[in-house]
Design a protein around this ligand. Structure first.
Ligand SMILES: Cc1ncc(COP(=O)(O)O)c(C=O)c1O
Length: 425
């Protein structure tokens, strides 16, 4: 909140917006952060994270539920801690993410453990900790959990990851709910599997889990999946298998290009009708929807090169090593000047500095004529951005900054070449 010239309080927008042509994050000019920390650099807004988490929590408030933040979207410790303080549980996809969750202060009973290929060590870790549920992916995995738990004289709580053969209508690389995808147990095999493990000494089947995919903007597949999983829970009940929850995964998309997408309330309206009468607790694993719009990647123009056809290559100091989504999924991210200038429009291909032609962050963009040294913001990069960064070309992982109530903090420092080489003989 700021006050105007005559002292009235004005509610200012949160997150990333422009003040006098300059992009700010919750009142902090992004240029100031880069002046201190350099580029490339990720900046996140604590306000946006909180608003988006609360929007989902409020949309589902009428039904018993818990939101397990999908750490895979962004597991930087400070972000995980922030989500915990907001009331989230955690969805971990590896032993490493379980460790991060614990270090962020989540207790094992707040952690669900998912993953298509869990190692024996990871399963043992989850069983020893007594995580809330292990989302089991196959008959073989249930057998392995059973054996490990019997060794330890405990009974592990598992949910069966069900593959409902429903098309998420998202990008094929981030769709997981079709028969042809490697995830889960085919839905028609679930009753037999439950019967088989009903009296297992080491496992207790307490839930059903579905995750159809990510960046889902058509809610019909999610609605169908919730109907299918609730129908399946009834079928199981008739067989004498009583579960306590359904976990409908994550997947709710965001608008990368400004086009309308479903709100948290639309999401709840799509899922709750099927679940409401079941009496089962609902678990959700949102990732992208919370953290995606809460982050930007800041980068500087290091060269501008004519292509000879009226177009230009704008070469940034960030590329596929900092943000691989455009190259991996053909994903679109808006790219903007951090500060506007009064320059003519130019047709640009915005590329990274790596020795790969696929290292293109944005093709066919119209920008105010970029110049060497300009600061650019790649928008909506809070999810699957920094977590997917790599050291290819011996590039160093970028720092991450969290802006919270007008103050900014480095939550992960820039990697140094010594950090990188410390692992090598
Ligand atoms: C099992 C599981 N749960 C949750 C998520 C989070 O998905 P999203 O970030 O789209 O919400 C994923 C990501 O694909 C996932 O694989």
């Amino acid at each position: 909140m700021i006050s105007d010239k005559i002292g009235r309080f004005i509610v200012t927008p949160t997150g990333f917006h422009r003040q006098g042509g300059a992009l700010v994050c919750d009142e902090v000019p992004l240029r100031d952060i880069t002046a201190a920390e350099g580029t490339p650099l990720y900046v996140y807004s604590a306000n946006v994270i909180a608003e988006r988490f609360r929007a989902i929590a409020e949309a589902f408030a009428s039904y018993p539920h818990s939101l397990h933040y999908a750490l895979k979207a962004n597991s930087t410790l400070a972000i995980a801690r922030l989500l915990r303080s907001l009331g989230a549980g955690a969805d971990a996809n590896s032993g490493g993410e379980i460790d991060v969750a614990l270090r962020a202060g989540f207790i094992p009973a707040q952690i669900v453990f998912t993953g298509v290929g869990k190692t024996q060590a990871e399963l043992a870790q989850a069983i020893d900790l007594g995580v809330m549920t292990i989302n089991a992916e196959s008959a073989g995995e249930i057998e392995r959990i059973d054996a490990l738990a019997i060794d330890r004289q405990v009974r592990a709580r598992i949910a069966l990851r069900v593959n409902p053969d429903i098309d998420a209508r998202s990008h094929p690389h981030i769709s997981t709910g079709l028969k042809t995808n490697k995830f889960g147990v085919p839905i028609d095999e679930v009753p037999d599997l439950c019967r088989r493990f009903a009296n297992a000494r080491g496992v207790e089947i307490v839930g059903l889990h579905i995750h159809l995919g990510s960046q889902i903007t058509d809610l019909t597949p999610l609605r169908k999946a919730s109907e299918a999983i609730v129908a399946l829970s009834r079928e199981l009940r008739d067989l004498g298998v009583f579960i306590d929850h359904v976990d409908l995964g994550g997947g709710l998309g965001i608008s990368y290009d400004g086009s309308p997408v479903p709100s948290a309330r639309d999401y709840a309206d799509a899922l709750l009708p099927a679940v409401r009468d079941s009496g089962l607790e609902l678990i959700l694993e949102p990732g992208r929807n919370i953290i995606g719009p809460a982050g930007v990647l800041l980068s500087r123009v290091i060269d501008v090169k004519p292509q000879g056809n009226g177009r230009q290559f704008v070469i940034l100091d960030a590329g596929m090593t900092e943000l691989i989504r455009p190259m991996l999924y053909n994903a679109f991210h808006r790219i903007e000047h951090v500060e506007t200038h009064d320059r003519p429009a130019a047709d640009c291909d915005i590329v990274g500095p790596l020795c790969e032609s696929s290292d293109t962050l944005g093709k066919n963009r119209v920008l105010e004529q970029p110049e060497v040294g300009d600061l650019m913001a790649v928008m909506d990069t809070g999810a699957y951005g920094a977590v997917m960064a790599s050291n290819y070309n011996r590039r160093l992982m970028p720092p991450e900054v969290l802006v919270d109530r007008g103050r900014w903090t480095v939550i992960r420092r820039r990697q140094t070449i010594d950090d990188l080489l410390a692992l090598e003989a």
